[in-house]
Design a protein around this ligand. Structure first.
Ligand SMILES: Cc1cc2nc3c(=O)[nH]c(=O)nc-3n(C[C@H](O)[C@H](O)[C@H](O)COP(=O)(O)OP(=O)(O)OC[C@H]3O[C@@H](n4cnc5c(N)ncnc54)[C@H](O)[C@@H]3O)c2cc1C
Length: 336
Protein backbone atom coordinates (compact mmCIF):
# COMPACT_ATOMS: atom_id res chain seq x y z
CA UNK A 1 0.00 0.00 0.00
CA UNK A 2 1.21 3.49 -0.78
CA UNK A 3 0.69 6.20 1.82
CA UNK A 4 1.09 9.64 0.27
CA UNK A 5 1.65 13.02 1.94
CA UNK A 6 0.08 16.38 1.09
CA UNK A 7 -2.18 14.89 -1.54
CA UNK A 8 -4.48 17.16 -3.60
CA UNK A 9 -8.08 15.91 -3.66
CA UNK A 10 -9.32 18.22 -6.43
CA UNK A 11 -9.91 15.41 -8.92
CA UNK A 12 -11.62 13.29 -6.24
CA UNK A 13 -14.49 15.63 -5.32
CA UNK A 14 -17.27 16.61 -7.74
CA UNK A 15 -17.25 20.28 -6.60
CA UNK A 16 -13.58 20.32 -7.70
CA UNK A 17 -12.36 22.13 -4.59
CA UNK A 18 -8.63 22.32 -4.03
CA UNK A 19 -7.94 20.45 -0.82
CA UNK A 20 -4.68 19.04 0.53
CA UNK A 21 -4.86 15.88 2.62
CA UNK A 22 -2.00 15.53 5.13
CA UNK A 23 -1.95 11.79 4.33
CA UNK A 24 -3.74 9.79 1.63
CA UNK A 25 -4.16 6.10 0.83
CA UNK A 26 -6.29 4.01 -1.52
CA UNK A 27 -8.15 1.06 0.00
CA UNK A 28 -8.43 -1.87 -2.41
CA UNK A 29 -8.81 -4.84 -0.03
CA UNK A 30 -10.60 -5.18 3.31
CA UNK A 31 -7.50 -6.97 4.68
CA UNK A 32 -5.51 -3.74 4.27
CA UNK A 33 -7.61 -1.96 6.89
CA UNK A 34 -5.41 -3.17 9.74
CA UNK A 35 -2.31 -1.65 8.10
CA UNK A 36 -4.18 1.61 7.59
CA UNK A 37 -5.23 1.52 11.25
CA UNK A 38 -1.56 1.01 12.29
CA UNK A 39 -0.46 3.93 10.08
CA UNK A 40 -3.07 6.26 11.60
CA UNK A 41 -2.05 5.23 15.11
CA UNK A 42 1.68 5.56 14.42
CA UNK A 43 1.25 9.03 12.93
CA UNK A 44 -1.35 10.07 15.48
CA UNK A 45 -3.84 11.27 12.87
CA UNK A 46 -7.58 10.86 12.57
CA UNK A 47 -9.13 9.30 9.47
CA UNK A 48 -11.58 10.55 6.82
CA UNK A 49 -13.34 8.27 4.34
CA UNK A 50 -13.76 9.34 0.75
CA UNK A 51 -16.17 7.65 -1.66
CA UNK A 52 -17.05 9.37 -4.93
CA UNK A 53 -16.67 12.81 -3.33
CA UNK A 54 -20.12 13.78 -4.64
CA UNK A 55 -21.61 14.97 -1.36
CA UNK A 56 -18.65 16.75 0.17
CA UNK A 57 -17.43 20.30 0.65
CA UNK A 58 -13.74 20.06 1.48
CA UNK A 59 -11.56 22.49 3.43
CA UNK A 60 -8.26 23.74 1.98
CA UNK A 61 -6.28 21.52 4.31
CA UNK A 62 -7.25 18.22 5.94
CA UNK A 63 -5.06 17.29 8.89
CA UNK A 64 -5.97 13.58 8.68
CA UNK A 65 -5.40 10.38 6.73
CA UNK A 66 -7.90 10.37 3.84
CA UNK A 67 -8.84 6.85 2.75
CA UNK A 68 -10.13 6.62 -0.83
CA UNK A 69 -12.47 3.65 -0.91
CA UNK A 70 -11.98 1.39 -3.96
CA UNK A 71 -13.45 -1.85 -2.57
CA UNK A 72 -15.18 -3.78 -5.37
CA UNK A 73 -17.23 -6.93 -5.90
CA UNK A 74 -20.69 -8.27 -5.09
CA UNK A 75 -22.27 -11.60 -4.16
CA UNK A 76 -25.68 -13.23 -3.79
CA UNK A 77 -26.55 -13.76 -0.13
CA UNK A 78 -30.05 -15.23 -0.25
CA UNK A 79 -33.30 -15.85 -2.04
CA UNK A 80 -36.93 -15.77 -0.93
CA UNK A 81 -40.17 -16.17 -2.91
CA UNK A 82 -40.31 -12.51 -3.86
CA UNK A 83 -36.77 -11.28 -3.41
CA UNK A 84 -33.06 -11.82 -3.92
CA UNK A 85 -30.40 -10.49 -1.58
CA UNK A 86 -27.11 -9.11 -2.85
CA UNK A 87 -24.19 -7.80 -0.80
CA UNK A 88 -22.16 -5.20 -2.67
CA UNK A 89 -18.73 -3.83 -1.77
CA UNK A 90 -18.86 -0.19 -0.74
CA UNK A 91 -16.46 1.17 -3.35
CA UNK A 92 -18.59 0.08 -6.31
CA UNK A 93 -20.04 2.95 -8.33
CA UNK A 94 -23.68 3.40 -7.29
CA UNK A 95 -25.11 3.84 -10.81
CA UNK A 96 -23.24 0.74 -12.08
CA UNK A 97 -24.74 -1.26 -9.22
CA UNK A 98 -28.25 0.00 -10.08
CA UNK A 99 -27.76 -0.94 -13.74
CA UNK A 100 -26.37 -4.37 -12.88
CA UNK A 101 -29.33 -5.10 -10.56
CA UNK A 102 -31.71 -4.13 -13.39
CA UNK A 103 -29.67 -6.30 -15.79
CA UNK A 104 -30.24 -9.24 -13.45
CA UNK A 105 -34.00 -8.71 -13.70
CA UNK A 106 -34.32 -7.20 -10.21
CA UNK A 107 -36.51 -4.29 -9.18
CA UNK A 108 -36.31 -1.60 -6.53
CA UNK A 109 -33.39 0.70 -7.31
CA UNK A 110 -34.52 1.98 -10.72
CA UNK A 111 -35.74 5.37 -9.42
CA UNK A 112 -32.27 5.93 -7.92
CA UNK A 113 -30.44 5.64 -11.25
CA UNK A 114 -27.66 8.09 -12.10
CA UNK A 115 -27.05 9.33 -8.55
CA UNK A 116 -23.28 9.86 -8.39
CA UNK A 117 -21.04 8.29 -5.75
CA UNK A 118 -20.40 4.86 -4.31
CA UNK A 119 -22.52 2.08 -2.81
CA UNK A 120 -20.93 2.89 0.57
CA UNK A 121 -21.94 6.54 0.28
CA UNK A 122 -25.61 5.63 -0.33
CA UNK A 123 -26.63 4.72 3.25
CA UNK A 124 -24.79 7.70 4.80
CA UNK A 125 -27.49 10.22 3.88
CA UNK A 126 -30.03 7.56 2.85
CA UNK A 127 -30.05 8.69 -0.77
CA UNK A 128 -33.42 9.31 -2.31
CA UNK A 129 -34.95 10.42 -5.58
CA UNK A 130 -38.25 10.25 -7.47
CA UNK A 131 -40.26 8.76 -4.61
CA UNK A 132 -37.77 6.11 -3.42
CA UNK A 133 -35.21 6.05 -0.59
CA UNK A 134 -32.41 3.51 -0.51
CA UNK A 135 -33.24 2.38 3.05
CA UNK A 136 -36.33 0.62 1.63
CA UNK A 137 -33.97 -2.00 0.15
CA UNK A 138 -31.07 -2.15 2.63
CA UNK A 139 -31.01 -5.13 5.00
CA UNK A 140 -27.50 -4.85 6.44
CA UNK A 141 -24.55 -2.45 6.53
CA UNK A 142 -21.15 -3.89 7.43
CA UNK A 143 -18.09 -1.85 8.25
CA UNK A 144 -14.77 -1.52 10.00
CA UNK A 145 -14.71 0.44 13.23
CA UNK A 146 -11.41 2.32 13.56
CA UNK A 147 -12.17 3.05 17.22
CA UNK A 148 -12.17 -0.63 18.16
CA UNK A 149 -10.24 -2.11 15.19
CA UNK A 150 -13.13 -4.54 14.55
CA UNK A 151 -15.72 -5.37 11.89
CA UNK A 152 -19.33 -4.68 12.85
CA UNK A 153 -22.69 -5.21 11.07
CA UNK A 154 -25.85 -3.16 11.54
CA UNK A 155 -29.38 -4.26 10.65
CA UNK A 156 -31.69 -1.84 8.85
CA UNK A 157 -33.39 -0.53 12.05
CA UNK A 158 -29.98 -0.11 13.70
CA UNK A 159 -28.96 2.25 10.87
CA UNK A 160 -31.69 4.69 12.05
CA UNK A 161 -32.51 5.86 8.56
CA UNK A 162 -34.44 9.11 8.15
CA UNK A 163 -34.85 11.67 5.38
CA UNK A 164 -31.25 12.35 4.23
CA UNK A 165 -29.93 11.02 7.51
CA UNK A 166 -28.67 7.86 9.22
CA UNK A 167 -26.64 6.82 12.25
CA UNK A 168 -23.53 7.03 10.04
CA UNK A 169 -23.75 10.83 10.13
CA UNK A 170 -23.56 10.91 13.93
CA UNK A 171 -20.27 11.43 15.87
CA UNK A 172 -20.35 7.83 17.18
CA UNK A 173 -19.82 6.57 13.59
CA UNK A 174 -17.25 9.15 12.50
CA UNK A 175 -14.55 6.46 12.32
CA UNK A 176 -16.69 3.70 10.83
CA UNK A 177 -15.77 2.68 7.28
CA UNK A 178 -18.64 0.91 5.51
CA UNK A 179 -17.18 -2.06 3.63
CA UNK A 180 -20.34 -3.71 2.30
CA UNK A 181 -24.05 -3.02 1.94
CA UNK A 182 -26.63 -5.79 1.62
CA UNK A 183 -29.79 -5.15 -0.44
CA UNK A 184 -32.99 -7.15 -0.71
CA UNK A 185 -34.28 -6.56 -4.24
CA UNK A 186 -37.60 -7.60 -5.76
CA UNK A 187 -38.13 -10.31 -8.36
CA UNK A 188 -41.32 -8.68 -9.63
CA UNK A 189 -42.09 -5.12 -10.69
CA UNK A 190 -43.49 -2.70 -8.13
CA UNK A 191 -43.16 0.55 -10.04
CA UNK A 192 -43.08 3.74 -7.97
CA UNK A 193 -44.57 6.39 -10.22
CA UNK A 194 -45.62 8.93 -7.60
CA UNK A 195 -43.38 11.60 -9.13
CA UNK A 196 -45.50 13.56 -11.64
CA UNK A 197 -43.13 13.26 -14.62
CA UNK A 198 -42.89 9.48 -14.19
CA UNK A 199 -46.66 9.09 -13.73
CA UNK A 200 -47.23 11.05 -16.93
CA UNK A 201 -44.62 9.17 -18.95
CA UNK A 202 -46.05 5.74 -18.08
CA UNK A 203 -49.75 6.60 -17.80
CA UNK A 204 -50.65 4.47 -20.82
CA UNK A 205 -47.94 1.81 -20.60
CA UNK A 206 -48.83 -1.58 -19.11
CA UNK A 207 -46.07 -3.75 -17.55
CA UNK A 208 -43.63 -0.96 -16.84
CA UNK A 209 -40.19 -2.49 -16.38
CA UNK A 210 -37.33 -1.34 -14.14
CA UNK A 211 -35.26 -0.50 -17.21
CA UNK A 212 -38.03 1.81 -18.56
CA UNK A 213 -38.15 3.74 -15.29
CA UNK A 214 -34.35 3.97 -15.00
CA UNK A 215 -34.11 5.27 -18.58
CA UNK A 216 -36.76 7.92 -17.90
CA UNK A 217 -35.10 8.93 -14.62
CA UNK A 218 -31.75 9.24 -16.43
CA UNK A 219 -33.38 11.41 -19.09
CA UNK A 220 -35.02 13.73 -16.51
CA UNK A 221 -31.82 14.01 -14.46
CA UNK A 222 -29.69 14.78 -17.51
CA UNK A 223 -32.10 17.54 -18.48
CA UNK A 224 -32.40 19.12 -15.01
CA UNK A 225 -29.04 18.68 -13.32
CA UNK A 226 -25.67 20.04 -14.38
CA UNK A 227 -23.18 17.38 -15.51
CA UNK A 228 -20.42 17.23 -12.88
CA UNK A 229 -17.83 16.65 -15.61
CA UNK A 230 -18.40 20.11 -17.08
CA UNK A 231 -20.09 22.06 -14.25
CA UNK A 232 -18.72 20.92 -10.86
CA UNK A 233 -21.41 20.59 -8.17
CA UNK A 234 -22.67 18.33 -5.36
CA UNK A 235 -26.31 18.01 -6.43
CA UNK A 236 -28.94 19.51 -4.11
CA UNK A 237 -27.18 21.93 -1.80
CA UNK A 238 -30.04 22.18 0.73
CA UNK A 239 -32.43 19.61 2.19
CA UNK A 240 -36.15 20.02 1.60
CA UNK A 241 -37.39 21.70 4.80
CA UNK A 242 -40.02 20.06 6.98
CA UNK A 243 -42.48 22.44 8.58
CA UNK A 244 -45.90 22.85 10.23
CA UNK A 245 -49.39 23.73 8.97
CA UNK A 246 -49.22 27.36 10.17
CA UNK A 247 -46.04 28.11 8.22
CA UNK A 248 -47.48 26.41 5.12
CA UNK A 249 -50.66 28.50 5.21
CA UNK A 250 -48.65 31.72 5.72
CA UNK A 251 -46.44 30.89 2.75
CA UNK A 252 -49.42 29.92 0.58
CA UNK A 253 -50.73 33.47 0.88
CA UNK A 254 -47.48 34.76 -0.59
CA UNK A 255 -46.97 31.89 -3.07
CA UNK A 256 -50.22 30.19 -4.12
CA UNK A 257 -48.24 27.71 -6.26
CA UNK A 258 -46.20 26.49 -3.25
CA UNK A 259 -45.22 22.80 -3.62
CA UNK A 260 -46.23 20.95 -0.43
CA UNK A 261 -45.95 17.23 0.39
CA UNK A 262 -47.93 16.01 3.37
CA UNK A 263 -45.95 13.59 5.52
CA UNK A 264 -47.28 10.60 7.47
CA UNK A 265 -46.65 12.36 10.82
CA UNK A 266 -48.86 15.33 9.85
CA UNK A 267 -45.97 17.67 9.03
CA UNK A 268 -45.25 19.12 5.60
CA UNK A 269 -42.23 18.95 3.30
CA UNK A 270 -41.52 21.93 1.06
CA UNK A 271 -39.34 22.03 -2.06
CA UNK A 272 -36.14 23.88 -1.10
CA UNK A 273 -35.41 24.57 -4.78
CA UNK A 274 -38.72 26.39 -5.24
CA UNK A 275 -38.15 28.55 -2.14
CA UNK A 276 -34.63 29.49 -3.25
CA UNK A 277 -35.96 30.27 -6.71
CA UNK A 278 -38.72 32.49 -5.23
CA UNK A 279 -36.01 34.44 -3.39
CA UNK A 280 -34.40 35.21 -6.74
CA UNK A 281 -31.27 33.12 -6.34
CA UNK A 282 -31.45 31.32 -9.69
CA UNK A 283 -28.28 32.21 -11.57
CA UNK A 284 -27.05 34.49 -8.74
CA UNK A 285 -23.25 34.58 -8.35
CA UNK A 286 -20.99 35.18 -5.44
CA UNK A 287 -17.30 35.28 -6.32
CA UNK A 288 -16.31 31.88 -7.66
CA UNK A 289 -19.68 30.13 -7.16
CA UNK A 290 -23.31 30.53 -8.28
CA UNK A 291 -26.73 28.99 -7.81
CA UNK A 292 -27.36 27.10 -11.08
CA UNK A 293 -29.50 29.04 -13.56
CA UNK A 294 -31.67 26.01 -14.42
CA UNK A 295 -32.09 24.66 -10.87
CA UNK A 296 -31.75 27.05 -7.92
CA UNK A 297 -31.14 24.18 -5.48
CA UNK A 298 -27.75 23.38 -6.98
CA UNK A 299 -24.65 25.44 -6.18
CA UNK A 300 -22.03 25.32 -8.94
CA UNK A 301 -18.31 25.98 -9.13
CA UNK A 302 -17.66 28.69 -11.73
CA UNK A 303 -14.06 27.56 -12.19
CA UNK A 304 -11.65 27.87 -9.30
CA UNK A 305 -14.15 27.81 -6.43
CA UNK A 306 -12.93 28.95 -3.03
CA UNK A 307 -14.38 27.61 0.20
CA UNK A 308 -14.95 31.14 1.49
CA UNK A 309 -17.34 31.82 -1.43
CA UNK A 310 -19.16 28.51 -0.91
CA UNK A 311 -19.71 29.42 2.73
CA UNK A 312 -20.80 32.99 1.94
CA UNK A 313 -23.31 31.83 -0.68
CA UNK A 314 -24.62 29.24 1.79
CA UNK A 315 -25.09 31.99 4.41
CA UNK A 316 -26.82 34.31 1.94
CA UNK A 317 -29.37 31.67 0.94
CA UNK A 318 -29.98 30.55 4.53
CA UNK A 319 -30.32 34.10 5.88
CA UNK A 320 -32.74 35.29 3.19
CA UNK A 321 -34.82 32.13 3.52
CA UNK A 322 -35.04 32.60 7.26
CA UNK A 323 -35.76 36.32 7.32
CA UNK A 324 -38.12 36.42 4.33
CA UNK A 325 -39.88 33.05 4.63
CA UNK A 326 -39.28 31.94 8.23
CA UNK A 327 -37.70 28.71 7.00
CA UNK A 328 -34.36 27.38 8.19
CA UNK A 329 -32.60 25.55 5.35
CA UNK A 330 -30.10 22.85 6.28
CA UNK A 331 -27.21 22.07 3.95
CA UNK A 332 -27.24 18.62 2.33
CA UNK A 333 -23.53 18.05 1.52
CA UNK A 334 -21.19 17.28 4.37
CA UNK A 335 -18.63 19.96 5.26
CA UNK A 336 -15.42 18.24 6.43
C1 LIG B 1 -25.20 15.81 -9.73
C2 LIG B 1 -25.53 15.20 -8.40
C3 LIG B 1 -26.78 14.69 -8.17
C4 LIG B 1 -27.10 14.11 -6.93
N1 LIG B 1 -28.35 13.62 -6.74
C5 LIG B 1 -28.70 13.07 -5.56
C6 LIG B 1 -30.03 12.56 -5.36
O1 LIG B 1 -30.85 12.55 -6.24
N2 LIG B 1 -30.32 12.05 -4.14
C7 LIG B 1 -29.39 11.99 -3.13
O2 LIG B 1 -29.74 11.51 -2.04
N3 LIG B 1 -28.13 12.46 -3.29
C8 LIG B 1 -27.77 12.99 -4.49
N4 LIG B 1 -26.49 13.48 -4.67
C9 LIG B 1 -25.52 13.45 -3.55
C10 LIG B 1 -24.53 12.26 -3.59
O3 LIG B 1 -24.40 11.75 -4.88
C11 LIG B 1 -24.93 11.11 -2.67
O4 LIG B 1 -25.07 11.58 -1.35
C12 LIG B 1 -23.92 9.97 -2.68
O5 LIG B 1 -24.47 8.86 -2.04
C13 LIG B 1 -22.58 10.31 -2.04
O6 LIG B 1 -21.73 9.18 -2.20
P1 LIG B 1 -20.16 9.33 -2.31
O7 LIG B 1 -19.58 7.98 -2.46
O8 LIG B 1 -19.81 10.31 -3.39
O9 LIG B 1 -19.82 9.94 -0.89
P2 LIG B 1 -18.73 11.07 -0.55
O10 LIG B 1 -19.19 12.36 -1.12
O11 LIG B 1 -17.38 10.60 -0.91
O12 LIG B 1 -18.88 11.12 1.01
C14 LIG B 1 -20.02 11.66 1.64
C15 LIG B 1 -19.95 11.30 3.14
O13 LIG B 1 -20.08 9.89 3.27
C16 LIG B 1 -18.93 9.35 3.93
N5 LIG B 1 -18.62 8.07 3.28
C17 LIG B 1 -18.51 7.80 1.96
N6 LIG B 1 -18.23 6.51 1.76
C18 LIG B 1 -18.16 5.94 2.99
C19 LIG B 1 -17.90 4.63 3.47
N7 LIG B 1 -17.62 3.61 2.65
N8 LIG B 1 -17.90 4.42 4.81
C20 LIG B 1 -18.17 5.41 5.67
N9 LIG B 1 -18.41 6.68 5.29
C21 LIG B 1 -18.40 6.95 3.97
C22 LIG B 1 -17.82 10.37 3.75
O14 LIG B 1 -16.88 10.28 4.78
C23 LIG B 1 -18.59 11.67 3.76
O15 LIG B 1 -18.81 12.09 5.08
C24 LIG B 1 -26.12 14.05 -5.90
C25 LIG B 1 -24.83 14.56 -6.15
C26 LIG B 1 -24.54 15.12 -7.37
C27 LIG B 1 -23.16 15.63 -7.63
Amino acid sequence: MKFESNYNLRSLNTFKLNSQARFFVELNRVEDLHEIYDFAMANNVSIRILGGGSNLILPEHIEALVIKNNLTGSRFTGEETRSISIACASGVNWHSFVLSSIGQGLFGLENLALIPGTVGGAPIQNIGAYGVEVNQFITKVTGYDFDTNTIKALTNPECQFEYRHSIFKTPAYKNFLITEVEFKLLKHAQPVLSYAELAQAFARQPNVQARDIANKVIQIRQRKLPDVQTIPNVGSFFKNPITNAQTVSNLKVKFPDLVVHTLADGQFKLAAGQLIDKLGFKGRRHGTVAMYEKQALVMINLGEARLIDVKKMTDLVQQECLTQLGILLETEPIFW
